[in-house]
Ligand binder design. Sequence first.
Ligand code: ZN
Length: 115
Amino acid sequence: MHEGSIVSSLFEIAEQSKKDANLKEITKVKIVVGKFHQIVEEVMLMHFDIMKQDIPGFENAVLEMEEKDVKIKCSGCGKIFTIDEPIFICPDCDSIETELFQGKELHIQTMEGIE
Ligand SMILES: [Zn+2]
């Protein structure tokens, strides 16, 4: 159920931004999610659609999700690879000295609303 807690913390941030921007109603929330989090889009949308009913100004909001591939950078050869499995070994030089380069993103990118 980790999508549920992610969605609820996103709503906390979104509500604050809505207040800051003085918006009456939010029409769209766009988020960026790294595949490292292994979030299932359908589950995410489901939680969003249920929770938004209880949050004033978000009842008609649509969630848009942009996924980022998981990329690792090898400290040995300096190359960057996109990985599909959580195996953090350089496919080129077999080094295990790799770091996560991309894929841990999890934030709201933009919000659209009505003033
Ligand atoms: Zn390497």
